[in-house]
Design a protein around this ligand. Structure first.
Ligand code: ARG
Length: 457
């Protein structure tokens, strides 16, 4: 297809390094869709004879049916998916096939195909994220008033509700969906018609091809259009951020599943055993979600580095754009499915969570707040008094509310019997009723808002 000016063919090594068909065959459907739009436009504009446009259209449809049924048979001499389709087309319809590539280059062709693919990937990841959010809201509603320790520095800090903790992830995944949606919006411009780099002298109709492929409009600058891989990076950036969130959630499940915590029992469907230690129930799925996040960030980094030194316009380095995006998509979709299953099916041991909260002096802040509110003590002094109370309870190995009133008053006489209700973990969470706070009522409101947002899409 480009051999006219060469005396000899490429070496085997050249063929091997040049061939992208092993991975870009994943673009076959997008490639054929792009060609169908292009040939319809060529025919309508009178750039090629109507009969040839019709023969090409029928041939492309047949190739799509063949690929759908049998996959793409790789031939490295044909380099990439674009040449595979064209070679098959000329087998099917003869010399008219040669008119398809009028007013087009593989540079705008691949940019168009890949955008179409990444746009679909944005839609798929959005649906998967929505399913995960739905699972989080379901479990949050069921556990709106289940008490668990809230941590800072992985030290018990204040009591929170499990529903509140789960809805924190709902928010992260909502932002991830926003990022994919804005990536999708930005990429929704059609490079087709930019040709090799400079545009074309043929009287093409770029609005028509853009519309036929569902793009908002044609790209505005042909040099940019064939050189730009921002759209793939936008996807990878959003994916890396999303994987990071998945990894944090996975990490929490791993910690919670460990025996000293015992907050969750991971479902059989997402656990594995050990071949030597019969008692083991390992959180492999969560660990792999955490591991995959590293690989996804690697994909993002790979394409950043591929692109960062490239002059305009197209360079063959850019053929390397696809493997990291494809790899990332596979890893991300699997991670999302695994996390969704784990969230939906994990057994939460809410009594273990409550016990851990009660052991951790989690209501110390409530005692300090009580001293401020009921006894008019400045917060810094209240903090100090409470520290002494915690020290005493810790020394005695009991919870704050197991100390007697005499013991408390020996530390500060302004403490009264009325303090005890404030020391319970239930009172603590119920009191944190500020907008977005951990109180069960707030969590129910948050869950209802989330549910309505998911239903309204
Ligand atoms: N297989 C190539 C790629 O994926 C297609 C574009 C080739 N263009 C060229 N001028 N060699 O990037």
């Amino acid at each position: 297809m480009w051999g006219g000016r060469f005396a000899a063919g490429p070496s085997d090594v050249m063929r091997a390094i040049n061939a992208s068909i092993p991975f870009d065959k994943a673009l076959w459907r997008q490639d054929i869709d792009g060609s169908l739009a292009h040939v319809a436009m060529l025919g309508a504009q009178g750039i090629i004879p109507a009969a040839d446009a019709e023969a090409i259209t029928q041939g492309l449809k047949q190739i799509a049916a063949e690929y759908a049924a049998n996959g793409v048979a790789e031939d490295w001499a044909l380099e990439d998916i674009h040449m595979h389709v064209e070679a098959r087309l000329s087998e099917l319809i003869g010399p008219a096939a040669g008119r398809l590539h009028t007013a087009r280059s593989r540079n705008d062709q691949v940019a168009t195909d890949f955008r179409l693919w990444v746009r679909d990937a944005c839609d798929a990841v959005d649906a998967a994220l929505k399913a995960l959010q739905t699972a989080l809201v379901d479990r949050a509603e069921q556990n709106a008033d289940a008490i668990m320790p809230g941590f800072t520095h992985l030290q018990i800090a204040q009591p929170v509700t499990l529903g509140h903790h789960l809805l924190a992830y709902y928010e992260m995944f909502a932002r991830d969906r926003d990022r994919f949606a804005s990536a999708r919006k930005r990429m929704n411009q059609c490079p087709l018609g930019s040709a090799a780099l400079a545009g074309t002298g043929f009287p093409i109709d770029r609005d028509a091809t853009a519309a036929a492929l569902g793009f908002e409009r044609p790209t505005a600058n042909s040099l940019d259009a064939v050189s730009d891989r921002d759209f793939a990076l936008d996807y990878l950036n959003a994916a890396a951020q999303c994987a990071l969130h998945l990894s944090r959630l996975a990490e929490e499940f791993i910690i919670w599943a460990s025996q000293p915590y015992g907050f969750v029992k991971l479902p059989d469907s997402f656990s594995t055993g050990s071949s030597i230690m019969p008692q083991k129930r390992n959180p492999d799925a969560a660990e792999l979600v955490r591991g995959h996040a590293g690989r996804i960030i690697g994909c993002q980094t790979a394409l950043m580095i591929t692109m960062k030194g490239l002059p305009l316009a197209y360079s063959k380095d850019m053929q390397d754009d696809k493997p990291p995006v494809f790899e990332c998509e596979g890893l991300l979709m699997l991670s999302l499915a695994a996390m969704t299953g784990m969230v939906a099916e994990t057994g939460f041991d809410t009594s273990a969570m409550r016990k851990a909260t009660e052991r951790g002096f989690a209501t110390a802040t409530d005692l300090a707040d009580w001293l401020v509110r009921q006894a008019g003590i400045p917060f810094r002094e209240a903090h100090h008094i409470t520290g002494a109370v915690v020290k005493l309870a810790e020394g005695r190995g009991v919870a704050l509310d197991a100390l007697t009133l005499d013991e408390l008053q020996a530390i500060d006489p302004r403490i009264s019997q009325a303090v005890y209700p404030a020391l319970s973990v239930d009172a603590s969470v119920a009191s944190r009723n500020s907008y977005g706070g951990t109180a069960p009522d707030q969590v129910r409101h948050q869950a209802a808002r989330a549910r309505a947002a998911l239903a309204g899409e």
